[in-house]
Design a protein around this ligand. Structure first.
Ligand code: CAA
Ligand code: NAD
Length: 303
């Protein structure tokens, strides 16, 4: 089978079929942007209820995009929504999905290395040779995630930002083993789904989170010290620094389980770095299940 743009020295070919694993906050957004840019998408989750919720969220967010892009032509807007939705299939059977032929697997499941290892181990032998594996991890080492596979050259990081349909950046993480073809394919796919892709090394937090997460943590410590209320810190960063959301609004938006496991994971690996010191108020929210917007409560109440 000839694969499109391939030259004799390169197996570079555009991605057509994408498998997105994890139908949560990020996976549903990734499936949406892939589908609305014309890719065939299968969205996989272990939980069927999550998949139904994802599809409803995607439909709602596609309508927001349609309203903007086709404001003078409602019929074209409806066509865009339907066409994009038709590009998405749902499944709870990852090995079969991958076996049936997919060009790219984007993993967006829980931020736990052992769970990600289990997932990639389960599909490495059944996936077609050419299939590229990618992880949307926020904070784990892409090299370590890839280590359980036999396709380290066809493995990279694709780090999207929340909300995926709105945030224009994509961090493409290239490990020492990622081949030139894989890197080129991932950068081109980022552009194809409408993002501006930057190149990152496999360092903790890549670019954005390495700067953002310590800032969120310090804002919470500032509240813990009693220097200012969390509401005032949010007002300060919005009106004084021009941020679209204050750090507490943003932490609620990202999800405290995600942010907390990022900080705890980095602390375990780099115990001497004071920027990565665990944050008590964050640990307490996680224990109480107050995970932020997705749980209806975090620093703020959304119920
Ligand atoms: N899907 C599609 N469109 C959406 C959307 C979604 N999920 N969410 C918002 N929008 C659209 C709205 O329709 C709206 O469009 P118009 O301007 O054309 O009307 C636009 O986005 C703005 O939305 P809102 O008016 O509802 O709200 P807003 O102006 O307050 O913006 C926001 C919302 C875009 C989320 C903005 O507050 C923002 O940029 N916040 C910061 C987000 C951020 O920093 N994200 C990164 C988090 S870190 C991360 O993701 C990495 C990690 O690993 C943890
Ligand atoms: P989430 O909790 O909203 O969704 C995770 C989903 O994965 C859940 O629906 C769960 O049912 C599913 N899942 C768990 N194990 C699975 C498995 N073995 N197979 C299939 N599905 C499985 O989490 P999220 O916020 O979407 O984060 C997902 C990933 O993206 C994490 O690695 C996170 O660090 C990263 N990320 C998060 C953000 C953010 O702002 N939340 C931003 C960028 C990257």
């Amino acid at each position: 089978l000839s694969r499109g743009l391939a030259s004799s020295a390169s197996s570079f070919a555009p991605i057509k079929h994408v498998t997105v694993v994890g139908g949560g906050l990020m996976g549903s957004g990734i499936a949406q942007v892939a589908a609305q840019s014309g890719h065939e998408v299968v969205l996989v989750d272990i939980n069927e209820k999550v998949l139904e919720k994802s599809k409803a969220a995607i439909q709602k967010n596609l309508s927001r995009v349609a309203k903007k892009q086709f404001k003078d032509d409602a019929a074209k807007g409806d066509e865009f929504v339907n066409k994009s939705l038709n590009n998405i299939k749902l499944s709870t059977d990852l090995p079969s999905t991958v076996k049936n032929g997919t060009d790219l697997v984007v993993e967006a499941i829980v931020e736990k290395i052992e769970v990600k290892h289990k997932l990639f181990s389960s599909i490495d032998d059944v996936a077609p040779q050419h299939t590229i594996f990618a992880t949307n991890t926020s904070s784990l080492s892409v090299t370590e995630i890839a280590s359980v596979t036999k396709r380290k050259d066809r493995f990279g990081g694709l780090h999207f930002f929340n909300p995926v349909p709105v945030m224009k950046l994509l961090e493409v993480i290239r490990t020492k083993d990622t081949s030139d073809d894989t890197y080129t394919t991932l950068m081109a796919w980022g552009k194809a789904v409408g993002k501006t892709a930057i190149t990152c090394k496999d360092t903790p937090g890549f670019v954005v989170n390495r700067l953002l997460v310590p800032q969120l943590a310090e804002a919470i410590r500032m509240m813990e010290r009693g220097d200012a209320s969390f509401q005032d810190i949010d007002i300060a960063m919005k009106l004084g620094a021009g941020h679209p959301m204050g750090p507490f609004e943003l932490a609620d938006y990202v999800g405290h389980d995600t942010t907390n496991s990022i900080i705890e994971g980095w602390h375990q690996k780099y115990p001497d770095n004071p920027l990565f010191e665990p944050v008590k108020a964050l640990q307490k929210l996680v224990k109480e299940g107050k995970l932020g917007v997705k749980a209806g409560e975090g620093f703020y109440n959304y119920k």
